[in-house]
Design a protein around this ligand. Structure first.
Ligand SMILES: [Zn+2]
Length: 68
């Protein structure tokens, strides 16, 4: 049975379900405050607030992109 992981929102401090399909660099939304959050770690799950003002687009190009 799938285990539900919870992740803490750095914005409001609330916890919400961390969907299994999420990967580092993906974005999700806090279930409590609806803040856009980026996944920065998977085990344990950790997210950071996506700063829309910060226009840095330093994409991780590690060349091991997995295709579905
Ligand atoms: Zn929140």
């Amino acid at each position: 049975m799938p285990k539900v992981r919870m992740v803490k929102c750095p914005e409001c401090g609330g916890e919400f379900e961390f969907e299994d399909y999420l990967e580092i660099g993906d974005t999700t939304f806090c279930g409590s405050c609806d803040m856009e959050l980026k996944i920065i770690r998977l085990d344990p799950p950790q997210v950071e607030v996506v700063k829309s003002l910060d226009d840095e687009s330093d994409l991780d190009e590690e060349g091991d992109a997995e295709e579905f």
